[in-house]
Write a protein that binds this ligand. Structure first.
Ligand SMILES: *Cc1c(COP(=O)(O)O)cnc(C)c1O
Length: 376
């Protein structure tokens, strides 16, 4: 059976976790601080704030961006549901805009059309690792005096215009879930150049506590903490961070290996006139967190039939990215929402296996099976 994905973890990560466990310091402490420094250096941002996952990263980003009840934030419906949920956590309303059906990212023109006097921010998503056109969205945000926030859950290691994702806008949120390209089991980051944002997010992730555990532990003088605002427990542990430090050191290699597999798929499928393949425009560099293929109208088999036939051959696939507005939790408020491009992108896409290490034989099996099945 060829799986859809698997995390690339080795003895390095196991040893690092082992060492941390025996060090006596297992939750947020020196390893988290080291991972933050390394993640900031990697992305090129001034600060990186480690948290428990990308959903909590997005929640903190919404808070420091000053988004609250009555506000609207424009985001894609075509995304993992956590994107829109994070807007709800602060009492604001997600307003869904359409996507480009080829690269699955927000459509700038449709996004701008949906801006009202209640809009406070645009939450772009670098969907399955393909960067959105950040400069275009930043220009729209600046023109309307609103904020730009990036959901880069899938985009660690991707680049836009020669710089790593994480260094472009004020609030960029990452995930380290096993379905992403590097993982700590669960984990997340917010990168920012804004010192005040970084300070406040570090406070909020640890119950709003004025003095963190490490400072108190290392102080020779007696210090007492105060809880200066109502915070959360969104900490990453040192066990996770020690694994993450090992993963981060391999990230560029992992991305280059993933890109070789994506290139093999691209070469094998580019002559098929029943599919549309992901397109990496000049200046856009994807980590290929997923390889998703769009099935055109002239494709004779349904998406589900293709998935079942692939499964019969021992190959796991996944359907396209979900649409949030069609999930039960959003149905009530979505009665009047029409997003045909997003629905089509979701319903007519199929995600193929892509993981490290994937053997030549495994890649060849996926390629020949897909070509055979799609030809009917
Ligand atoms: C995975 C994902 C999330 C959630 O990340 P977690 O770390 O699991 O909370 C949010 N947004 C997008 C686009 C994702 O793909």
């Amino acid at each position: 059976m060829i799986p859809i994905a698997k995390p690339y973890l080795t003895k390095d990560e196991a040893q690092a976790a082992y060492d941390t466990i025996l060090s006596g310091w297992i939750t947020q402490g020196p390893r988290v601080a080291e991972f933050e420094e390394k993640f900031a250096a990697y992305t090129g941002a001034k600060y990186a704030v480690a948290v428990s996952n990308c959903t909590t990263a997005l929640h903190l980003a919404m808070i420091v961006a000053g988004i609250g009840p009555g506000d609207e934030v424009i985001c894609p419906s075509l995304s993992y549901i956590a994107t829109a949920n994070s807007i709800k956590y602060v009492g604001a309303k997600p307003v869904f805009a359409e996507v480009d059906p080829v690269n699955y990212n927000l459509d700038p023109a449709d996004t701008e059309r949906r801006i009202t006097n209640r809009t406070k921010a645009i939450l772009i998503v670098h969907q399955i690792g393909m960067p959105a056109d950040i400069d275009t969205f930043q220009a729209i945000a600046d023109k309307h005096g609103i904020k730009l926030i990036e959901d880069a859950a899938c985009a660690a290691g991707s680049s836009y215009k020669g710089r790593k994702i994480g260094s472009h806008s004020e609030l960029v949120c990452f995930s380290l879930h096993p379905r992403k390209v590097i993982s700590t089991g669960d984990g997340g980051f917010i990168t920012t150049d804004n010192e005040e944002y970084a300070r406040r997010m570090k406070l909020l992730r640890q119950h709003g506590m004025s003095v963190n555990d490490r400072v108190r532990h290392e102080s020779s003088k007696l210090i007492f903490e105060d809880h200066v605002e109502v915070g959360y427990n969104y900490r990453m542990t040192d066990i996770q961070a020690s694994v993450g430090i090992q993963q981060l050191a391999k990230l560029d290699w992992i991305v280059s290996e993933r890109r070789k597999i994506a290139e093999n798929y691209h070469q094998a499928f580019r002559h098929l006139d029943m599919v549309r393949l992901p397109i990496e425009k000049e200046g856009f560099y994807s980590n290929y967190q997923s390889y998703s293929i769009f099935l055109k109208e002239n494709c004779r088999l349904s998406r589900n039939d293709i998935m079942q036939k692939m499964l019969d051959e021992g190959i796991a696939t996944r359907r396209g990215i979900m649409t949030t507005h069609r999930e039960t939790a959003y149905l009530e408020e979505s009665k009047d929402i029409h997003l045909p491009a997003s629905e089509m992108a979701s319903d007519r896409s199929i995600i193929l296996p892509l993981f490290i290490p994937m053997t030549e034989a495994e890649q060849q099996k996926v390629i020949s099976s897909f070509i055979k099945i799609i030809a009917g």
